[in-house]
Every structure is written in structure tokens, then in C-alpha cells.
Design a protein around this ligand. Structure first.
Ligand SMILES: Nc1nc2c(ncn2[C@@H]2O[C@H](COP(=O)(O)OP(=O)(O)OP(=O)(O)O)[C@@H](O)[C@H]2O)c(=O)[nH]1
Ligand SMILES: [Mg+2]
Length: 394
């Protein structure tokens, strides 16, 4: 035993004290452990769950949206119902609304009551003159109406309306651009300032491109750099070629180069833009005569057509412009623009009747599609049709 006690490193007292300390430590540890377990059973990891929820919330919304998308695509935003595309005739009627309304108010007087033919014709004359039809053309229309209503003392409104419609169609005549007999086919476009030459050329280029033509635009309005750029933008937009020089260049030289380029490229149609000019300025009229001559030197036989652009809002003044341009260049067709903004739609009748030059296209707005081949029947209908008839037609 003593040996044993000697081999033990501590005294028996120290050993007892050490065991006691160890026991206390173990008891304390056990107590702490049990307390911790009891706590976690009451409120399991409360502080940890809160940030986790926030994270889940933050990430949950998109996850839910994605889930929705895969299972059931979200309904599209309720968009305003797209308006049905208007028919060409409906758009024309829309453009001529102002002219039609003015005429309709006058015609209401014409047809009011059981009136005799002479009284009807008298009121009709007034209505046509106010719509800018012009004296000469008005007389022709009245003559036709009288003939068609002959033998009827008090003709019915429908009878007079039909006669008027036929008379207007007759005056406006039919016919489009000339049949092309050579390639390239060159059209010189002229007119006074701001009537819509360049815009109409852009729309015409779009129209003929859609029909399959290779189109070349010639920027022979060298007066302003902006005019050249304006045509350039149209060329790019519609996929047409463009021949241009610097601003201030000789317009004849540009036109000449345009002819050479058109021949070299095998272009179908060439549209030559020119600067706006007052028909009363002789030097400017001489200049465009020269441009026309130079075009003929570049391509014998050209220009094959000369189209005058007229602004319908100018009314009877358009007639005077057309006479002077016609004497200078020999017009083959009219492009009548801005019919959408005027109550003077009757001017088209005067231009056609007094000049004998066909109206080929009409402009009814500023957009690329707002140029329409002219139809005498559609035009007469759009000018005369009453609102109920229009509603039925649409
Ligand atoms: N409402 C309406 N505007 C048009 C029509 N045609 C042309 N315009 C507008 O008329 C303005 C003048 O058009 P342009 O094509 O520049 O006229 P322009 O004859 O080439 O003018 P200049 O070269 O300066 O003589 C522009 O604002 C066009 O958008 C049309 O049919 N209806
Ligand atoms: Mg122009």
C-alpha cells in the first residue's frame, strides 16, 4: 500500500479535492446543457428564422412569377382594341370630309322641299361655286344635270343626286399615268413652293417600289441642302437609288447625271425633284425649262412625263399655276395634295376640266401611304355621299 501511495503522484488529500472540483464542473456543465435543451424546445431558433424568412420573401416573388409563367402564361395587358384597317375608299372619304360637309350643307338647301328644277339648279350653282368648282366647270355640270332631269318639273332628290354624281365623274374623267414605252421612264416633278413635291415623290417612290419597280430619285432641287437631305431620307426609307450633288450645284447637271445613272443601272422609273418656284417668276420658269432640256440631252425622249403638284387648299389659284407650268413644260398629269385639309375639294374638277390634264394621284395626308391613285368614281362619291351612306359603306 505504501508502495502504491508512493507511486501515486499526488497526496490522498489532493486527490480528493481534485475529484470534488471535477464533480462540480461536471454538474455545472450538465445543468447548462439541460437548460439549453429546454430552451430550444420552447422556442426553436427564433432569432435565426427571421432573416431566413426575409430572404425567402425577397427571393420568393420572382420564383412565384416564374412558376406562374411556366404553368400558366400571364394574361396580356388588356390593350385597346386595334381599329380595323380602313378601306382605301373610306380613307378618301375621311380626307374629303371637310369638302363634303360644306357641299352637303348647301345641298340640303338645294333639296329642301318640293322645288322645281330651275330653283334646284340655281341653288346647285351656288353650292358648286362655293366648293371652288369654278364658273366654267359649274356650267358644264349644271347642263348635264338639266339634261338628265329633263321632263321632270319637280325631280326627286335621288334623281338630282345621281345626275350630279354622273356629271362630276364625267368632268373628272378617268385615266392614269401613261403606259410606259421605254426604260428608264423619266418623270419631271414641278410646282410652286411647299405644295408637297418632295413628299409626293417619296410616296410615289414607295408606291412604285411596291409594284416592283427599280426607282431612282434625282435631287435637282439644289437650292437648299435640307431639300437634298429630305429626298435622301425618302430614298433610304423606300429603297430607291438617289443621285445628288452639293447644294448650290446646277440643277441641270444633277438631272443630266441622273439620266446617265439610270441608264447605267437599268432603272425602271426616275423621279426628278425640282425646287419650288413661283409660276410668275420668269427666270425660275426659264430655269426649269432648261432642266427639262438637259434631261433630254442625257436621255433622248426624256422627260417622258411632267407632273405638276398642286396644293388643293389653294383653290382657284391652282388653275393659274397649272396654266403657266403647262405652257412652259407641257404637263401630262397632276398630283393633287393636301385634300385632307381643305373644303375646296371642288378645285380638282376645275383643274381637270379647264386644263384637260388628268389628275393621277391625290395626297390625303403626310404619311407614306397617304397618296392614292385617282379614281373619278371614288372621288365623286366621297365628295357627295351623305353620312348615312358612308356609314353603310364602311
Ligand atoms: N396634310 C397633308 N400634308 C402634306 C401632303 N403632302 C405634303 N404635305 C406636307 O406639306 C409640307 C411641304 O411638303 P414638301 O414635300 O416639302 O413640299 P415641296 O413642294 O417639296 O416644298 P419645296 O421644295 O420647299 O418647294 C410638308 O410638311 C408635307 O408633310 C398631303 O397630302 N396632306
Ligand atoms: Mg421639295
Amino acid at each position: 500500500m505504501n508502495e502504491l501511495m508512493q507511486s501515486w503522484p499526488l497526496s490522498p488529500d489532493a486527490t480528493t479535492a481534485g475529484l470534488a472540483v471535477l464533480g462540480v464542473v461536471l454538474v455545472v456543465l450538465l445543468a447548462v446543457l439541460l437548460r439549453g435543451r429546454a430552451k430550444s424546445a420552447e422556442a426553436p431558433r427564433q432569432p435565426e428564422t427571421e432573416p431566413t424568412e426575409i430572404e425567402i420573401d425577397a427571393g420568393a416573388e420572382p420564383a412565384e412569377v416564374e412558376e406562374d409563367e411556366t404553368e400558366e402564361p400571364p394574361l396580356p395587358e388588356p390593350a385597346a382594341p386595334a381599329p380595323p384597317p380602313l378601306s382605301a375608299a373610306a380613307r378618301l372619304r375621311g380626307a374629303l370630309a371637310k369638302s363634303r360637309e360644306t357641299l352637303r350643307q348647301r345641298l340640303a338647301d338645294v333639296f329642301g322641299g318640293n322645288r322645281e328644277l330651275d330653283a334646284i339648279l340655281e341653288s346647285l350653282e351656288e353650292a358648286l361655286l362655293i366648293a371652288d368648282v369654278g364658273v366654267k366647270t359649274t356650267s358644264k355640270i349644271l347642263k348635264t344635270v338639266r339634261e338628265r332631269c329633263a321632263g321632270e318639273k319637280q325631280p326627286a332628290e335621288s334623281k338630282v343626286r345621281d345626275a350630279l354624281q354622273a356629271a362630276i365623274e364625267d368632268v373628272l374623267g378617268s385615266g392614269g399615268p401613261k403606259t410606259r414605252t421605254s426604260k428608264p421612264w423619266v418623270v419631271l416633278v414641278c410646282g410652286v413652293n411647299g405644295v408637297g413635291k418632295t413628299t409626293s415623290i417619296g410616296k410615289l417612290a414607295a408606291h412604285f417600289r411596291a409594284a416592283g419597280d427599280e426607282v431612282l430619285l434625282v435631287a435637282a432641287d439644289t437650292f437648299r441642302a435640307a431639300a437634298i437631305d429630305q429626298l435622301g431620307i425618302w430614298a433610304e426609307r423606300v429603297g430607291a437609288d438617289l443621285v445628288r450633288h452639293q447644294s448650290g450645284a446646277d440643277p441641270g447637271a444633277v438631272a443630266f447625271d441622273g439620266m446617265k445613272a439610270a441608264v447605267a443601272r437599268g432603272t425602271d422609273l426616275v423621279l426628278v425633284d425640282t425646287a419650288g418656284r413661283l409660276h410668275t417668276r420668269e427666270n425660275l420658269m426659264d430655269e426649269i425649262r432648261k432642266v427639262s432640256r438637259v434631261i433630254g440631252k442625257g436621255l433622248p425622249g426624256a422627260p417622258h412625263e411632267v407632273w405638276l403638284v398642286l396644293d388643293a387648299t389653294t383653290g382657284q389659284n391652282a388653275l393659274h399655276q397649272a396654266k403657266v407650268f403647262g405652257d412652259t413644260l407641257g404637263l401630262t398629269g397632276i398630283v393633287l395634295t393636301k385634300l385632307d385639309g381643305t373644303a375646296k375639294g371642288g378645285a380638282a374638277l376645275a383643274v381637270r376640266e379647264e386644263l384637260g390634264v388628268p389628275i393621277l394621284f391625290i395626297g390625303v395626308g403626310e404619311g407614306i401611304d397617304d397618296l392614292r391613285p385617282f379614281s373619278n368614281v371614288d372621288y365623286a362619291r366621297a365628295l357627295l355621299g351623305d353620312e348615312s351612306e358612308i356609314a353603310r359603306a364602311n
